[in-house]
Design a protein around this ligand. Structure first.
Ligand SMILES: [Zn+2]
Length: 105
């Protein structure tokens, strides 16, 4: 009997579309391979893979890892905070904060 694993729509997509590719770059006469992110990670497992592969330069993939349904950054990876809320002159001043959702599964 064949055991059929039913995949969710997301898992099915993840199965058919590779997450990582490789890019070869010639550096000081040597060929160095870099991982390339071909699409945004979807499943928690893929998010872990991407974080591991880019752990030394996570900033380059932070936006890709931001959760699309995040209530703070809405998938942008950062959000604006008002520095002086309610201040008559400076209430419009904002600064950009990095959203922590890219570290979540
Ligand atoms: Zn977020």
């Amino acid at each position: 009997m064949k055991f059929v694993v039913k995949l969710s729509k997301e898992e099915q997509f993840a199965e058919e579309n590779p997450l990582l590719g490789r890019r070869k770059v010639l550096q000081d006469g040597q060929t160095v391979e870099y991982p390339v992110l071909l699409r945004d990670p979807i499943t928690p497992e893929e998010r872990r893979i991407v974080r591991e592969a880019w752990k030394n330069n996570i900033d380059t993939v932070r936006r890709r890892l931001a959760k699309k349904d995040c209530t703070r950054c809405h998938g942008k990876g950062s959000f604006d905070v008002h520095d002086y809320p309610g201040h008559p002159l400076w209430h419009k001043l904002t600064s950009s904060e990095i959203c922590g959702c890219f570290l979540e599964d």
